[in-house]
Design a protein. Structure first.
Length: 393
């Protein structure tokens, strides 16, 4: 398959590159901090970003020897410097506090890190970020990495955030490097088994059990880390499936973002997520979604399929139900009649007790007679209302 046409659609043109470079230069020149150097980070620095991307990472690297024993101080120093030059600085809580700025049409994240030379010096996971950039940049497989990202995005397996649990940009870059190109990655991934391990087996043995998963890729920059730790089995299996499909029927459609179609018969719920860091807000509303789905199944509505759309603030849950209307009475099982004491207690609690194959049962009135009544009840429970700002049918 010729990827030239696809790259023409996903790769930033010279005008977009020049625009990004100009904006980055303005931002870098505005951030002045003693004992710190400022540089472009993330996919922008690696030159693996996709056309239309509106996110910029800026790494503010503080002198290691001066701040290694008080690394928390660097967030405050960066905050002070940013507020001198920018009006809309937002604080974001992560493993170390960092900051977000809206500049032109871009969302800029300024991330304070220690200027380390090797991963063992890191005081925080973010300190290794610049080493990741350096490692990826030296392999010069930029376009193959873009293809991998566009492919993963178009098929909804992209994003290491906890509410997505997909492939991070970094793990896709590492996979392209390991397999020496996008085509080879697709061929190899189509043959992945239930678990794939890439890296030294001794390093794998030293990993924390919580960091294991369907894909284990020892980070070449940080040997004690599984770069694919965030990946779920669901997204891993789906990636294998779409790789097989691409090989069988090569098409540009595999690289095109598709609007997810919601069945007209689906139950739709509108919601507004909590304010705060996107990853945390997303994790919370997905928690609420899973709770609602579980309760619908327990009540007997039987969810055949479900999903969600979210723009970072407002979104839609949808559920395709096997049953939309349930019988007003629920069959409640009791003890076998041979257990006399238990049987008598069951009889004392229920007006009419019936026997079937030596076991007692009774019919009780369903508490919530309609689907709407049941959902309104669920919306008031802590598992939902504590994880979503606003929700309605």
């Amino acid at each position: 398959m010729d990827f030239t046409k696809i790259l023409a659609k996903i790769k930033p043109d010279k005008k977009e590159e020049a625009n990004l470079k100009a904006i980055v230069n303005v931002i870098l020149n505005k951030i002045k901090i003693k004992d710190a150097s400022v540089s472009l980070g993330g996919s922008g620095a690696k030159n693996t970003w996709l056309k239309g991307s509106s996110e910029i990472d800026i790494y503010v690297r503080f002198n290691y020897n001066k701040f290694k024993d008080n690394d928390k101080k660097i967030s405050n120093l960066l905050k002070t410097a940013l507020k001198k030059k920018f009006n809309n600085v937002s604080l974001l809580h992560g493993s170390r506090d960092y900051f977000q700025i809206k500049y032109k049409n871009y969302t800029v994240e300024a991330i304070p890190i220690l200027d380390i030379k090797k991963s063992e010096e890191a005081k925080n996971i973010t300190d290794v970020s610049k080493l990741h950039v350096d490692y990826v940049s030296k392999h010069r497989l930029n376009d193959d990495m873009r293809l991998a990202k566009a492919f993963a995005k178009a098929n909804n397996v992209y994003g290491a955030e906890s509410y997505i649990s997909g492939f991070s940009g970094y793990i896709l870059e590492l996979l392209v490097i390991h397999y020496k190109g996008f085509k080879n990655l697709i061929k190899a991934a189509s043959k992945w088994s239930s678990q794939t391990i890439i890296g030294n087996k001794e390093d794998v043995k030293n990993l924390n059990e919580s960091k294991l998963g369907p894909l284990i890729f020892i980070d070449p920059v940080q040997k004690d880390r599984n770069a694919a730790a965030a990946l779920s089995k669901e997204k891993y299996d789906k990636f294998i499936k779409i790789c097989k499909e691409l090989l069988k029927n090569p098409s540009e459609k595999f690289f095109e973002l598709k609007e997810e179609k919601i069945s007209k018969d689906a139950l739709k719920i509108q919601f507004e997520s909590l304010k705060g860091k996107k990853d945390i807000a997303g994790a919370k509303f997905v928690k609420a979604l899973k709770f609602i789905e579980m309760q619908l199944n327990l009540e007997g509505y039987n969810v055949k399929n479900s999903g969600w759309k979210w723009d970072g603030k407002n979104g839609t849950y949808w559920f395709l139900l096997k049953e939309k209307k349930l019988k007003p009475l629920i069959k409640k099982s009791g003890p076998p009649i041979k257990f006399k004491d238990d049987f008598e207690r069951f009889k004392s609690k229920h007006k009419k007790v019936l026997i079937e194959k030596g076991r007692s049962f009774s019919y009780i009135k369903r508490k919530y007679l309609t689907l709407n009544e049941f959902l309104k009840y669920l919306f008031k429970l802590p598992n939902v209302k504590d994880n979503i700002k606003y929700i309605k049918l």
